[in-house]
Design a protein around this ligand. Structure first.
Ligand code: TLP
Length: 344
């Protein structure tokens, strides 16, 4: 049995998505003439309570477009110490927008708004001025943790009092909204721009969307072209995303239930530690006494794939293509590796 827990990005499109892709009406999207893309953009903008949306191939591109639109070279942006933008986008903000990334702390996935306030730079002849605050929900490297909605008005107030925009990296925003049983708008209405992804837990082969005001999206459309992301008859891809919005959001609760089961079982085993407080959605981070790459290799021998993201930390992500039997198999594999390593 093979159980792939490396990421929810490994999910395959469902039969309903393939059907919709085959039948999609298409046009040239660079001219804004793809009816399926247009329908998707209107739908996402409405769901997230913003004026307009833009379809992008990846979440990374959407994040980097937002940063480019909101800043000028020599500005600074604030990202948290564990953010995707800082760790996994190849210094994109420096390369593509000419801005400096400053960081704020996020211990155990929690934001202290005062720590953000203290790190805002006021521009002068020597200092880059902070223009943008980036936040992430759910938070990937913090364990799939949820940004408490009650923090949003506080962050908005800080941003407004210093002339900052807020960009929300919501690659897994629907996981957060399903876990709390609230509308995604409890977060999105306080942000100036939001990225959501279809290619993770929602199982689409490709696709993210960026939302914001009409003026922001107009500029984002130009920057997408600059970054090489102007696409043509991509209604075939947007069609899968529309199916995902109809069929794949509510079921994320199953992934969360399975992540919990996995986390609680591994937390009991020798040689592993799991902070159960951070297991709030579809991710489980496991601290390992043995080197994580060694644990990763041994688990792979049992057909269980995960990612050693740090020297002593593994990430497991539950998703549509791993069922209860897969989770039980993964638990047995962890137990076998724990016994074999014999560490305490
Ligand atoms: N994350 C991927 C890897 O890049 C780590 C994963 O497997 O989790 N924001 C967040 C919070 C993300 O987790 C990701 C993808 C992105 C942005 C980027 O999305 P893509 O891969 O579509 O560029």
């Amino acid at each position: 049995m093979r159980v792939d827990l490396r990421s929810d990005t490994v999910t395959h499109p469902t039969p309903a998505m393939r059907q919709a892709m085959a039948n999609a009406e298409v046009g040239d999207d660079v001219f804004g003439e793809d009816p399926t893309v247009n329908r998707l953009q209107e739908r996402v903008a409405e769901m997230l309570g913003h004026e307009a949306a833009l379809f992008t191939p990846t979440g990374t591109m959407a994040n980097e477009i937002a940063i480019k639109v909101w800043t000028q070279p020599m500005d600074a942006i604030l990202v948290d110490e564990e953010s995707h933008i800082l760790h996994y986008e190849l210094a994109g903000p420096a390369v593509l927008s000419g801005v400096q990334m400053d960081t704020y702390p996020i211990p155990h996935g929690r934001i202290d708004p005062e720590a953000i306030r203290r790190r805002i730079r006021i521009a002068d002849d020597h200092t880059p001025g902070t223009r943008l605050l980036c936040i992430e929900n759910t938070h990937n490297r913090c364990g799939g943790t949820i940004l408490p909605p009650e923090q949003m008005p506080v962050l908005r107030q800080i941003a407004d009092s210093h002339g900052l925009r807020i960009h929300l990296d919501g690659a897994r925003l629907f996981n957060a909204s399903v876990a709390l049983g609230v509308s995604p708008q409890v977060w999105t209405r306080y942000a100036d721009s939001v990225m959501v992804a279809f290619s993770k837990g929602l199982c689409c082969p490709i696709g993210s969307a960026l939302v914001g005001s009409r003026a922001f999206i107009q500029e984002a459309h130009r920057v997408r072209k600059l970054f090489g992301g102007g696409m043509r008859q991509v209604g075939v891809l947007a069609a899968a995303c529309l199916v995902a919005l109809d069929t794949m959001i509510d079921r994320l609760a199953e992934d969360h239930r399975r992540a919990r089961r996995l986390a609680e079982a591994i937390a009991e085993m020798r040689g592993f530690r799991v902070d159960l407080e951070t297991v709030q959605t579809n991710m489980v981070y496991v601290e390992t006494v043995a080197p994580a790459p060694e644990v990763e290799r041994r688990l792979a021998e049992h057909g269980v794939l995960c990612l050693a993201l740090d020297p002593h930390r593994l990430r497991l992500v539950t998703h549509h293509d791993v069922d209860d039997a897969g989770i039980e198999h993964a638990i047995r594999a962890f137990r076998a590796v724990s016994d074999a390593l014999g560490v305490h």
